[in-house]
Design a binder for this molecule. Structure first.
Ligand code: F0G
Length: 434
């Protein structure tokens, strides 16, 4: 039994992160069919809490007695796309992507932030804060602003994409760029929240994970409550994989689904503490590391929620994999070529999936869902450098970049002349040659 600690959301007795549990579910019967109908019905309602793809599922969340207190930007309700091109590339018959980058601030963080920011306001906090690789800060700043609170952001200097940084600034956050990495920002923030009346909104806050659970519930609704065989999630601080796993386990406990998908977690090879922890210690002891990857959202060497993630891997029978920098860049362009697009951290899912299919862990006829966590426009600099062929210059990975050529489409600079454009058009499509 864990005792509620202070602002650091850890058990005072064992030091582990707190988790929200619902003891009533052990004794009360939940009418799954009735709730499914209620949740569907709410999609036609004009009430803000019903329009939200998080609060629509409020029976599975901590209770808010007054809907007025909830801060919502109508998050959730994100699309599930078929990915025919990526399926072919990975060697699968069917592949889907649940695009959490289609949330109001462009990442999955919004689903957790609506919940945890609402708690902060209900508890009377004037200030909220987070350490971030960019997306959490963008999301937190937006929800704080909507809720009439101030926000403090700590980010690693020079390692946050401009798209994300500019969001935090526009939404009014006090933004501090610290001369350290994400793990260092987290350490400093822990000290700040111990000393000041500021509410911590990183994913160590268990309310964040409750909101993030709803992506899995919504996914099941989109699949008519038939779970896929595999769900593939990118891993950074490991809050999201923990939240999705918790949701699937709870849905099974409550009778919404009868089987569990295998949840597998993919990291960048340069930021792979969970992969190493599983392979080298069987999940018993975290192996922290100095993280380095251009997928800056998941440049994390000491993930806070690693124990929760290990439990999800073990409970669902999932596995871990990693993608190299070149493999991530290629996968991102392939997701883009399916007309979907995502940020680099999300593309590790496809990079890892290809390996899981080759290893036989994922079978060609199985149904697979990639969780895409961030929008393509979050990191346009990465995308432009990729297409212009600049991404790997001076990195030592140049020899491997041959495989990227077919996906690279740099802008073509021309005179303002119809003939010149038509020549390019003919070259791009040889059926127009004659
Ligand atoms: N994908 C994106 C786009 C992210 O921004 C993050 C995390 C992850 C995946 C990994 O999720 O940490 O729950 O395992 N971004 C955090 C941030 C760390 O500060 O925005 P996780």
């Amino acid at each position: 039994m864990c005792e509620k600690a202070g602002q650091n959301f850890r058990c005072a007795a064992c030091g582990d992160l707190l988790e929200i549990v619902y003891p009533a579910w052990d004794t009360q019967l939940v009418d799954a069919a009735a709730l499914r109908a209620v949740w569907r019905q709410r999609r036609t309602s004009g009430l803000p809490v019903d329009e939200s793809g998080v609060w629509r599922f409020r029976e599975l969340l901590p209770r808010f007695h007054d809907g007025q207190q909830i801060i919502t930007l109508r998050e959730g309700n994100t699309p599930l796309y078929e990915m025919p091109g990526c399926a072919r590339i990975a060697g699968l018959q069917r592949l889907y992507a649940k695009h959490q980058g289609m949330n109001p601030t462009g990442s999955f963080k919004d689903t957790g932030m609506t919940m945890a920011a609402s708690v902060a306001r209900r508890e009377g906090f004037r200030w909220v804060a987070c350490a971030s690789t960019g997306n959490t800060s963008a999301s937190m700043a937006a929800y704080a602003a909507r809720g009439g609170m101030r926000s403090l952001v700590l980010i690693p200097e020079g390692k946050v994409s401009w798209g994300k940084l500019s969001q935090a600034l526009d939404y009014g956050a006090v933004t501090c760029q610290l001369n350290t990495d994400f793990d260092g920002c987290m350490r400093v923030l822990n000290e700040v929240v111990q000393r000041m009346p500021v509410y911590l909104l990183n994913s160590v806050n268990p309310y964040r994970l409750e909101g993030q659970k709803t992506a899995a519930v919504e996914l099941m609704e989109q699949f008519d409550w038939q779970p896929p065989d595999h769900v593939i999630v990118p891993g950074g601080n490991l809050g999201n994989s923990s939240a999705l796993g918790k949701a699937f386990l709870e849905m099974k406990q409550l009778g919404f689904i009868s089987t569990l998908p295998k949840i597998s977690i993919i990291q960048a090879a340069g930021a792979n503490p969970l992969v190493r922890t599983m392979r080298e210690t069987g999940g018993k002891t975290l192996i922290p590391m100095h993280a380095e990857t251009a997928a800056s959202a998941i440049r994390i060497g000491s993930p806070a929620s690693w124990k929760k993630a290990v439990r999800v891997l073990q409970a669902t029978g999932g596995t871990v994999e990693q993608g190299s920098e070149v493999e991530i860049a290629l996968a991102k362009a392939e997701i883009g070529a399916d007309g979907i697009g995502c940020e680099p951290a999300s593309a590790v899912t496809l990079a890892g999936l290809k390996k899981l299919v080759k290893q036989g862990f994922v079978k060609p006829q199985e149904t697979v869902v990639l969780i895409l966590t961030g929008h393509l426009l979050k990191d346009p600099e990465f995308t432009l450098n990729f297409h212009r062929g600049h991404l790997f210059v001076g990195t030592g990975s140049e020899e491997e970049t041959g495989i990227l050529k077919p996906q690279q489409r740099a802008p073509i600079v021309l005179d303002a002349d119809g003939d010149a454009v038509i020549r390019i058009l003919r070259k791009a499509d040889n059926r127009l040659e004659t």
